[in-house]
Structure formats: C-alpha cells, structure tokens
Design a protein around this ligand. Structure first.
Ligand code: ATP
Ligand code: MG
Length: 449
C-alpha cells in the first residue's frame, strides 16, 4: 500500500468502521472482521461482547505509519488524574538508534526511546488506549526479518480517537524531517533511510555551468504543476532526466539539493551494485515512498551487463537493460514519478533509453568551467576577497595552466573537476593565497600502471 493511500484510509476510519466488508487497508483487517462477525451474529457470548465493546487497529512494521506511531507513543504525555498517573506509565522502553556519517567527522548517533515489546496503557484526550507491541514468530519470506506489529485497542465508543492519533503521528513525522532531506537506499527488499535525514543542501552550494541548474529546476517545477495536463491527455505522469559527465562534477550533489528545494526525498539505487536484480528493482518501484525523486546511479552498468550476457550467457546478479527499461516504463501507471539517471559513460548507453517518458531531458554536467571556478571561489572566499583580486589571479592561473580548455597544440586540454576545486579550497580553508599557490594540483594526474 502506498503512503498516500495509507493516509487517506486512516482519515476514513469512520467510513471503514461502517463498512462490514472492509478488508485490508491500514492493518484494519482484524477490526473489519470483528465488526462483520458481530453484525452477522455469528459469535455469541463473551467474545461477541468484547468485540462489540472494543475496537483495535493493527499496524504492521511494513506499513509506513509504523515508525510514526512509535514516535507518537514516545511523546511525553503528562497525566493529571490519579488513576491516569497510576495506569499509564510506560515502564518498558526500547532504544532505537540512528547513525550517520558526516563527511569530515566521525559517525554520529542519536537515540530515541520507544515503547518496548508487550502491553502498555496510555491515556490520550479522554480515552484510554491499550498498546500492544509484538514480534511475531513468523518471518517475512523475502527478508527473514520477524513480523512486528503494534496494536492499539480502545472502547468502541472512543473509536474516533484513532483519527486524531494518526493525524498527530503523521505531523510528528513531518516535523522531524522539516528542513531535512531523507535519502532512502536499498536494504534487503526495502527502502531504508540512509542514516539520519540530512540538512537540506542549498541549491546555491552546487555550482553548475551557466543556466543548467535553472533549466532543470524550472523543468521539474513545471512538471509538478501539470498533473492534470498529463492525465487529460492520457500520458503517464512521469519525467526522466539523464545527467552524464565525468566523476566529481556535482551530479549526485545537485539531485540531493534539488530534492531539498522541492521538499522531496531521494530514493537511490546504484545499478552497479551486485545484488540489485531486475525483479528486485521492479518490486522496489512498486513501493516507492511518497514525494521522492528516484535516483538511478551508474545506469551504464545495465548496458555492460547486456554485453556480458551476449558473450558468456551469464548476466550476473545485477540489473539488465530490459530490467532498466521496465523500471522506467513502470507497470503501475498513473502515479507521479521523477527519475534521475546518472552515468559517467554516456557512450555506453543505448538510444532506446532516450525516449520521451523514459528520459525526457539529457544534460551534460562537465568539467569545471571558468564560470564555475569563479562561483565556487565566491562561495569559499567571498568574504575575505571582497575586491575580487584574489579570484582574478586564481582564474588567470587556471587559464594559463590550460584548465579551461585553451590548449593550442590540438591535444585534449587537461580539464579539472569541480570536486577537485572543492578539495583544493577545503585544504586551504581561510587561506586563499594557499589555493592560488597550489593551483597546479588541479592538473589531473595520469595514473601509471
Ligand atoms: N558543481 C559542483 N558544485 C559544488 N560542489 C561540487 C560540484 N561538483 C562536485 N562537488 C563536490 O564534490 C563532491 C563530489 O560530487 P558528486 O558526488 O556530486 O559528484 P558526481 O558528479 O555525482 O560524481 P560521480 O560521477 O563520481 O558520481 C561533493 O562533495 C560535492 O560537494
Ligand atoms: Mg554521483
């Protein structure tokens, strides 16, 4: 179930409660069954009375709402009445740890206290809710992880409280990610956040050549406003972008900054990674989190793969060309999808990829230009080099080294990458003269061997 439909169904809890044949959807199956049975009078006696009096909602770990509900449960809830104080203390807690590696520092960890396994009682507004967090004995067939559920039970008369619970839980989840970009990567058969959500990267910190950034950002924003246009014309509502160019030119950084700008998450798959197969990719795309940019890195590996299969009949456990096309064409039409593909080897790609709906826009993100080097200088030394004389000397030196492509003898000029310029500036933090002196370091070194 997609996150969007989950939200919708929880807002429709009332409607569900009144519908005896309701099944599935937001883990309410047991509730629907209980109500239906009760109505048919199939069960008599105490069991029926219990079912009539109580309402329970089961949320499984696979549901996007599961972490929200746990976060909601860990909120401090000061109780005033004597009874509530005695009844509603959660004594058993468990720790959830999230770790992240910062680019130039050690791993950071943060801890969240969650209700532990077992039964707890909480009071929310006027209602008491019994919470049962359980690990089931059965495991998920594809990952081997045990099933886990949280079950909330309350009086039938208080059933409307669930609507508020889920609305609040979702709000908490949204707040926690405010100003952050969540990057999902593939773990087993699931999208798992890669470390903690990162602070949004400002678009201005990614310096592309003149007009490129504005062109892509404008196109994506235009696309996002045109859902109706696409639907009216029966065109699948998706758009694909291919960013190609040498390593360290800012492709990945740009996509992350773009996601931040749009308030989207990024779901990243590296196609060169062993173990990402066609089936797995197709499966993952059916459960892409809401409001995400799909990022397929190193798409050229799908083509290398096709060649390998031609020669020895074995494709290896990675994505094949047809697997990639299926992923882009998508079997489940109708949903919004923004896909970014990246590659360092445009020459390996097949023209079949460049078809509207698969890849609508192809952009080369190249070696550093004079414009980019200047803008990056401003980002790093703008405050110490106010008259711009340092910048002029730096750019002229790069020019004389031939780094902006002005070689006279016809040989391909030694170009440099924006990543290398960033590296030079990082090495010479607060020391612009150092960067000018060391500019030769930007000349790419041939790796002998
Ligand atoms: N155009 C740029 N503007 C700002 N920073 C950049 C730029 N290009 C590279 N960098 C910096 O260099 C590092 C590597 O960049 P990034 O990973 O985005 O490159 P890439 O193009 O995705 O490379 P690859 O093709 O190897 O995946 C990052 O720390 C990034 O901040
Ligand atoms: Mg990259």
């Amino acid at each position: 179930m997609s996150e969007a439909s989950a939200t919708q169904s929880l807002l429709n809890v009332n409607a569900l409660l009144d519908n005896p044949v309701f099944a599935g959807g937001f883990g309410l199956a047991s509730l629907g069954a209980a109500l239906a049975m009760a109505r048919r009078g199939a069960i008599a006696g105490a069991g029926m009375i219990r079912r009539r009096l109580l309402v329970n909602v089961e949320i499984s770990k696979q549901d996007p709402a599961y972490p929200w509900v746990l976060a909601w449960l860990s909120q401090p809830r000061p109780q005033t009445s004597f009874l509530a104080k005695r009844l509603t203390r959660i004594n058993k807690l468990s720790v959830a740890t999230a770790t992240s590696t910062t680019p130039n520092g050690p791993t950071r960890a943060s801890f969240f206290l969650q209700p532990g396994y077992g039964r707890h009682i909480i009071k929310y507004k006027h209602a008491y809710i019994s919470v049962n967090r359980e690990k089931q004995a059965t495991a998920r067939s594809n990952t081997g992880e045990p099933h886990e559920t949280v079950e909330l039970t309350t009086l039938y008369a208080h059933r409307h409280i669930f609507e508020d619970v889920f609305t609040e839980a979702r709000q908490i989840a949204l707040q926690a990610n405010e100003g952050k970009t969540v990057v999902y990567s593939v773990r087993n058969f699931d999208w798992t956040p890669l470390g903690e959500p990162k602070r949004k990267r400002p678009l201005t910190s990614v310096v592309l050549d003149e007009g490129i950034k504005e062109g892509i950002v404008g196109d994506v924003k235009d696309f996002l406003q045109r859902q109706k246009w696409y639907i009216d014309r029966g065109i699948p509502y998706r758009r694909g972008y291919l960013l190609h160019g040498p390593p360290g030119s800012g492709k990945t950084s740009f996509i992350q900054a773009l996601a931040g700008e749009l308030d989207y998450s990024v779901a990243m798959v590296n196609l060169s990674e062993i173990g990402v197969t066609d089936d797995k990719l197709a499966f993952l795309l059916t459960k892409l989190p809401e409001r995400t940019i799909l990022l397929l890195e190193d798409v050229d590996s799908a083509f290398v793969n096709r060649k390998a299969r031609g020669s020895d009949g074995y494709s290896g456990p990675t994505v094949t060309f047809s697997g990639l096309l299926n992923a882009l064409d998508g079997l489940s039409a109708g949903e919004e999808r923004i896909a970014f593909l990246t590659t360092n080897h445009i020459e390996l790609l097949d023209p079949a990829l460049i078809r509207p709906g698969r890849v609508d826009m192809m952009i080369r993100i190249g070696e550093a230009t004079r414009h980019q080097a200047g803008r990056m200088w401003d980002n790093f030394y703008g405050d110490v080099d106010q008259d711009g004389s340092g910048k002029a000397r730096f750019l002229n030196k790069l020019d004389s080294l031939g780094l902006f492509g002005s070689s006279e003898d016809g040989a391909p000029p030694p170009r440099t990458s924006t990543a290398a310029i960033q590296g030079l500036f990082l090495f010479n933090k607060d020391n612009m003269e150092g960067s000018i002196d060391m500019a030769e370091a930007l000349i790419p070194q041939k790796i002998e061997g």
